[in-house]
Design a protein around this ligand. Structure first.
Ligand code: FES
Length: 243
C-alpha cells in the first residue's frame, strides 16, 4: 500500500502559511528595533524633563529605514494578495475533494441505500463510491488494513488505467470502465482489462452515525491478482459483451 504525495492544494496552503509567518516575523523584528531606538522613559517619581526650547527638530528618515519600510510594505501587500487569492481559489476544494469529507447521509441511510438499490453508494462531490465490504482484506497485513469502517470501503471513481470515471454495472455487479474495458469486482479489485491495479482506495471513518472519507490521501489500488471477495460476475457485462 502506498500513499501518494501531498495534494497541490495542501502544498499551496502550507506555502501561504509559511509566507504569512515570515511576514509576521519581519514585522515583529522591525517593531522591536523601533522600540529599542525610542528614548528611555523618565525615572519613576521624577517628572519628565521638558523638551528643550527651540525650533521643532526635523524628522529625517535614513535611506536604510526607507528601504526597510518599503520592503516590509511590499512583502505585506504581496502576502495579503497572494494568500487571499490562494484561499479564495482553494476554499471550495478544501471542503471538497482533497479533504476529509463528511457524507451528508447518515450511516443507516447509506447502508439502506446500498441494500435497496443493490449498488454502491456514490458521492459525486467526493468522487468516491462506498461499497459494502465483507472480505478479509481489512485484516492486519491486508490491502485495506485500517481503511474500512462499519463494513464500508471507499473506492476512487477514477479508473486505474487512464483515469476515466468508472460506473458500476448493475447487471454484472462489477465496476466496468467504458473507455478501454477494464473491469473490477465490487470491491474494486482488478479482474479484466488494461488497468495495472485495482481501483484506488480512501480511508473511511465512522463516528456514531456519521461517515467521513479522507480524500486527502489516495491509496494505490491493490495489485492485479488481489481477490479478497471471490465474486464472479452476476450477470451480463455492461461493457464489452456477455459475461
Ligand atoms: Fe479505464 Fe482505460 S481508462 S480502461
Amino acid at each position: 500500500m502506498s500513499v501518494l504525495a501531498l495534494s497541490a492544494e495542501t502544498f499551496a496552503v502550507v506555502l501561504v502559511a509559511a509566507l504569512f509567518g515570515l511576514f509576521v516575523l519581519l514585522l515583529g523584528a522591525a517593531f522591536l528595533r523601533a522600540r529599542r531606538a525610542a528614548p528611555a522613559p523618565a525615572a519613576p517619581g521624577r517628572p519628565a524633563a521638558p523638551p528643550p526650547p527651540g525650533p521643532k527638530p526635523k524628522v529625517v528618515l535614513s535611506r536604510r529605514d526607507f528601504f526597510r519600510a518599503g520592503l516590509l510594505t511590499s512583502l505585506g501587500v504581496f502576502t495579503a494578495q497572494f494568500g487571499g487569492a490562494s484561499l479564495a481559489f482553494l476554499w471550495p476544494k478544501l471542503k471538497g475533494f482533497g479533504s476529509i469529507i463528511t457524507v451528508p447521509d447518515t450511516l443507516e441511510t447509506i447502508q439502506a441505500t446500498i441494500r435497496e438499490t443493490k449498488q454502491p453508494y456514490y458521492f459525486g462531490a467526493g468522487r468516491f463510491y462506498l461499497v459494502p465490504y465483507d472480505g478479509d482484506g481489512d485484516r492486519p497485513g491486508g490491502p485495506y488494513e485500517g481503511l474500512t469502517a462499519a463494513g464500508l470501503l471507499a473506492k476512487y471513481q477514477k479508473c486505474a488505467h487512464l483515469g476515466c470515471r468508472v460506473p458500476f454495472c448493475e447487471q454484472s455487479q462489477w465496476f466496468e470502465c467504458p473507455c478501454h474495458g477494464s473491469k473490477y469486482n465490487r470491491a474494486g479489485e482488478w479482474m479484466l482489462g488494461p488497468a495495472p491495479t485495482g481501483l484506488h482506495t480512501f480511508k473511511v471513518i465512522v463516528e456514531g452515525n456519521t461517515v467521513r472519507v479522507d480524500t486527502s490521501k489516495v491509496i494505490t489500488g491493490p495489485p492485479r491478482g488481489t481477490d479478497t471477495i471471490h465474486q464472479a460476475p452476476e450477470g451480463p457485462f455492461c461493457v464489452g459483451g456477455a459475461a
